[in-house]
Design a protein around this ligand. Structure first.
Ligand code: FA5
Length: 349
């Protein structure tokens, strides 16, 4: 026989401690522990007492039953009240900890800026505009006529080689290999006199290296008037290059050949990356080829309906990326196109 339980003394401890345990719980976890201790379904002490009412004598049950039920109600109410107050305290302290100080300066905002090629292009056209050149545009997809034939480039010229030119499949069209076709378009449409610049993208089927890309940009310049001479060309190009590289920039003219000019020249700028000592970007020559230029060939003027007896002109075509490499001190043209933000952000104009 198990010992008869002393319900009265169990009740005394229970009723003396239950409400106290609730009001002493300082955290939601402690409160939950107190709830389980008294009202837990399996082992709760008050739950146990209520469940045992059926085992008690009638007098005990009459005496303890209503009191135990009243304590259960009171305990539930007080648990609920305590839970709310602990929850709102937790909320308050959370808010206080994460308070936003509106007087603090905002975090730095990442600042966008122009791509070095776009910025170089903008400066180049800015200088030429101040020298009196008006903007003109031409399409990227061109005819053989404008890209080659009109520019006095004969059918067997190596520049037409499949190796250099991207031809469109099944069409007598190509991706322009230089900005010079804009010369043909503009002279045919407007005749002389004229002074234009034409910036844009060009395409060549070419092996890519530190200074060559298959897609790059050029700015074309063209000036046709009475008695335009090589001296005018030199003057304009010197001013142009000094505008881009500063008054110290060293420039050299080299005789060169382009079918659409006579005489022809190439202009080099002393490599700013190695100060002329020789590096991969300048192919160890100390100089970087920047542009081709010359006096417009009489055949080209004639092709465009301009009388070479009355008019003469000069033309030049500048590589924009080559200028950007020097201005930004970038050793490899590919770095301009890989769009690695760490590289682009480090390039100060
Ligand atoms: C021409 O394209 C001529 N149309 C330029 C010209 C215009 C001459 C008017 C006379 C009169 P060339 O192929 O040399 O010439 O290219 C001109 C410039 O473009 C070069 O000096 C160089 O700066 C740049 N360039 C040429 N090929 C590449 C390439 N693969 N990648 C980057 N830049 C290039």
């Amino acid at each position: 026989m198990p010992e008869p339980r002393d319900w009265d003394s169990e009740w005394l401890t229970l009723s003396a401690t239950a409400l106290d345990a609730v009001s002493r719980a300082e955290t939601l976890e402690a409160l939950e522990a107190a709830r389980v201790d008294f009202l837990g379904r399996e082992r709760g002490r008050l739950t146990g007492l209520l469940r045992s009412l059926k085992d008690m004598s009638i007098e005990e049950r009459r005496r303890l039953g209503p009191q135990a039920n009243a304590l259960k109600d009171a305990l539930e109410k007080s648990l609920e009240a305590r839970r709310r107050s602990l929850e709102s305290a937790a909320l308050e302290s959370g808010l206080a900890a994460s308070r936003v100080d509106l007087s603090l300066p905002p975090p730095p905002w990442p600042r966008g800026r122009r791509h070095p090629v776009a910025e170089t292009l903008r400066e180049m056209t800015g200088i030429l505009a101040r020298l009196g050149f008006a903007p003109a545009e031409g399409p990227l997809v061109e005819s053989d006529r404008n890209n080659f034939a009109g520019l006095n480039i004969p059918a067997d010229h190596p520049a037409r080689d499949l190796q250099d030119t991207f031809y469109l499949k099944d069409l007598p069209l190509l991706l322009r290999t230089h900005t010079s076709p804009v010369q043909v378009r503009y002279m045919e449409a407007h005749k002389a006199p004229l002074r234009i610049m034409s910036p844009g993208r060009v395409f060549r089927h070419e092996a890519v290296d530190a200074s060559h890309s298959a897609v790059f940009h050029q700015v074309e310049g063209l000036y046709v008037d009475r008695k335009v001479s090589m001296a005018d060309l030199k003057g304009t190009l010197s001013t142009f290059m000094r505008g881009l590289f500063g008054p110290q920039a060293a420039i050299r003219f080299r005789p060169s050949f382009f079918p659409f000019v006579e005489p022809g020249a190439e202009v080099d700028v002393r490599c700013l990356l190695c100060a002329g000592k020789g590096c991969p970007a300048c192919k160890r020559t100390g100089w970087m080829e920047m542009l081709g230029a010359g006096l417009v060939h009489p055949n080209v003027l004639r092709f465009c309906g301009i009388d070479p007896g009355q008019w003469s002109g000069y033309a030049f075509g500048v590589g924009v990326e080559r200028i950007a490499l020097l201005r930004y001190g970038v050793p490899d043209i590919r770095m301009l196109y890989e769009n690695d933000l760490r590289v682009l952000e480090s390039l100060a104009p």
